[in-house]
Design a protein around this ligand. Structure first.
Ligand code: ATP
Ligand code: MG
Length: 364
């Protein structure tokens, strides 16, 4: 990729121009927040059960923090204490040894680590003070822990270490799909693209059925094992919908992959993930999403202004693939296919067993 998507996230309801420019190179995005004295009365549910608050409880915590954050009333220490209610006790540095850095995103550094039995693990470290919306860290702790699926990265534990949240999870040796789609000279075949789509759709059917919207579907969020198995990761931007709150409004995601309704600020549902998957299919064909040469702001504007999100190499792909992408990149959300419906799309019949992806890995 000529451009990294790190730091391109947008996570606020307004002023996205300013938000896009905030990235992890800024030492402390919360520095300008007034720090309240630690003796301030506690208004947050810090007493919630240490055992296993489920995602909806964590979501309540998240919502409360959002409201409190807006009023700038939550100190760093209070926030950290609340996060410690949902993470494990103990010091992971006593049993985990960091080997090397394996990834970097807009909110985190990811390390390969080994435990005392010499098992390889991945540790995602997020600085509490460098988050645009720190309440989203509850997602990092609760989603992978509570939702288990063969196509979702398995999480083992989480800790608060000094001013960082550490999430310990399975290590996916094959790395991110981005490494494959951006490597020069590598072209994915249609059966390989279908195999990836099938796995991601299976994860989405599972999540959407539970009312979870991922909100950051892109090749960077798709990880592979050395055997070519596909797993969805990076749940930092998830949102929960329910019969009471069936739509979300926040402006969250990575610009080039964002659905038109989200950009135009229409309340949205799970179908924003389907649009982003459509953009990810284009990444698998073209190596990058549409409008990638544009600035993020221009790209958002173009998606909003109905400039078609086209595949550059559409003449080189089958009609079946083109039709599949059209079902994903339908502008009107209610006309867009659901994950469930897409699992029966003819294109997915091209999907093979996951070892078909191994040749892509061996060229790493
Ligand atoms: P983003 O800005 O893309 O949202 P982030 O800060 O939320 O990123 P992740 O996407 O979770 O961080 O991780 C960043 C990168 O680290 C991934 O794209 C991947 O290359 C690597 N990575 C993350 N988790 C794992 C894992 N379990 N095994 C192997 N590599 C991983
Ligand atoms: Mg993320």
């Amino acid at each position: 990729k000529s451009k990294s998507t790190s730091g391109l996230h947008v996570t606020q309801n307004n002023s996205y121009i300013q938000r896009i420019q905030i990235n992890r190179s800024i030492p402390n995005a919360n520095n300008n927040l007034p720090q309240k004295p630690a003796t301030k009365p506690r208004k947050l549910p810090l007493t919630s059960s240490k055992s296993t608050p489920n995602f909806s409880q964590a979501n309540n915590l998240k919502t409360q923090f959002q409201k409190q954050n807006q009023k700038q009333k939550v100190t760093h220490e209070e926030f950290k204490a609340a996060l410690m209610c949902v993470t494990c006790d103990g010091d992971p540095t006593t049993h985990l040894k960091m080997i090397r850095k394996i990834g970097e995103g807009s909110t985190a550094l990811v390390y390969l680590a080994v435990d005392k039995q010499n098992r390889q693990l991945a540790v995602k470290k997020m600085n509490l003070k460098k988050q645009q919306r720190r309440e989203l860290l509850f997602n990092e702790v609760c989603i992978m822990r509570d939702y288990h699926h063969v196509n979702i990265v398995e999480m083992y534990s989480s800790f608060v270490v000094h001013d960082e949240l550490w999430v310990v999870m399975e290590y996916l040796e094959g790395g991110a799909l981005t490494d494959i789609v951006t490597r020069t000279g590598v072209t994915m075949t249609e059966p390989q693209i279908a195999t990836v789509c099938k796995a991601v759709l299976q994860a989405l059917v599972y999540l959407h059925d539970k009312g979870v919207i991922h909100r950051d579907i892109k090749s960077d969020s798709i990880l592979l094992t050395s055997q070519g198995q596909i797993k969805l990761s990076d749940f930092g931007f998830c949102a929960q919908i329910s019969p009471e709150i069936p739509k979300r409004r926040s402006f969250v995601g990575t610009p080039y992959w964002m659905a038109p309704e989200l950009i135009t600020r229409i309340p949205y549902g799970t179908s924003v993930d389907i649009w982003s998957l459509g953009i990810m299919v284009i990444e698998m064909v073209d190596g990058e999403p549409p409008f990638f040469n544009e600035t993020p702001i221009n790209a958002l504007k173009m998606i909003k202004d109905c400039v078609p999100s086209k595949m550059r190499h559409s003449d080189q792909v089958s009609v079946v693939l083109r039709n599949f992408v059209n079902r994903l990149l339908t502008r009107t959300p209610s006309d867009r296919a659901t994950a469930e419906l897409l699992t029966r799309n003819p294109f997915l019949q091209l999907a093979r067993d996951t070892p078909c992806l191994k040749p892509l890995l061996s060229k790493r």
